[in-house]
Write a protein that binds this ligand. Sequence first.
Ligand SMILES: NC(=O)c1ccc[n+]([C@@H]2O[C@H](COP(=O)([O-])OP(=O)(O)OC[C@H]3O[C@@H](n4cnc5c(N)ncnc54)[C@H](OP(=O)(O)O)[C@@H]3O)[C@@H](O)[C@H]2O)c1
Length: 359
Amino acid sequence: MQRQPIFFLGFGGVGRALLTQILDAREQHRKRNGLKLDVLGIADSAGALVSEKPLGDAALRKALQTKIDTGRLPGPAATRANMRTLIAALPRNAIVVDTSASSATVPALIQAKRRGCGVVLANKIPLAGDLAWWNAIADARARWETTCGSAMPVIATLNTLLDSGDTVHRIEGTLSGTLGYVASQLEAGVKFGDAVRDAKMRGYTEPDPRQDLGGLDVGRKALILARMLGYRLDMQDVKVESLYPKHMDKLSVDDFMRDVDSLNETMAARVAELTADGHKLRYAAVIENGKLKAGFVGADPVSKLGMSRTSDSVVIFHTRFFMDNPLTVSGRGAGQDVTASGVLGDVVSLSRVMGNKLA
Ligand SMILES: NC(=O)c1ccc[n+]([C@@H]2O[C@H](COP(=O)([O-])OP(=O)(O)OC[C@H]3O[C@@H](n4cnc5c(N)ncnc54)[C@H](OP(=O)(O)O)[C@@H]3O)[C@@H](O)[C@H]2O)c1
């Protein structure tokens, strides 16, 4: 039986779903993979639960319940200083799993990589930040499948294309469920303000919808894919279309939600222009010839982008060998449970190359 030590950075929706899935999959991992995932620690923004020996399943279930009930982990506060100590104490074959949504984990990730550990990220920020971070993190002992389209095999597909010697000419994709929903509403004639309010009311947006409407998240995904293609680019190289003007950043969330109707006319004109001749409105990331953009496009209705369902995420690879019929990955591109399943797939896949000690 292979014992794979793991350490959690982040214990929010995805982190908790991941731990639940690990506990539920014990038998399957034993039978199918001959693997036991040993959780050595869990850190959130305020505290950490750590143990020299693997935490038992009862202690892990208690941690899940305590976090849900109190918002906190059992254990002492994890300061920046003792995070260094925690990482330094990990076995060199450990996997550090980042399901935070913060750049604050970058020092721990880099320290872990230097120590020889593997890393799995659902967190895009370390991979879409400084190129130095990318260089220190993104290698054969790292996995980041869920950073672009949740558990859909977008990263795996791109890696396979690159490994096979294919040439990727263009990648286009709809990589935000929220913006997909807003686009579908606008296309159906709903006013922008109403579409944004509706998306917020349904819980499709962040508490501050500007975090979705600004397009930064899609831009980060485009940058990660472009960096995998070998382009040494930064976020300032990504042309991101924000669906609201910059001066509205100063407003409170309530004021933004009240003033969002002021954008209705401009947005309606833009939608009319893009959807002329039956074109479909999509908020897409496009990577081609080292140029990256994220924004509204009018997609040909018989193209794979135009035919995709707005409730799905879709990523289309136009390559030397997939020219006439581009390779397409589509499906559910968001959700904490499905994302956690993708993270778990990464952990199991990485455990195979970590040179684990046998129990
Ligand atoms: N949800 C999706 O559909 C989806 C899809 C793909 C990728 N992702 C990515 O997955 C990540 C997690 O998403 P989520 O929905 O689980 O977010 P979340 O519920 O906000 O959880 C974030 C967690 O990170 C913790 N955290 C913050 N700073 C930290 C630090 N310095 N060290 C350790 N932990 C820290 C938070 O601590 P506290 O609990 O103390 O606040 C929280 O537990 C995000 O990066 C997101 O972009 C999500």
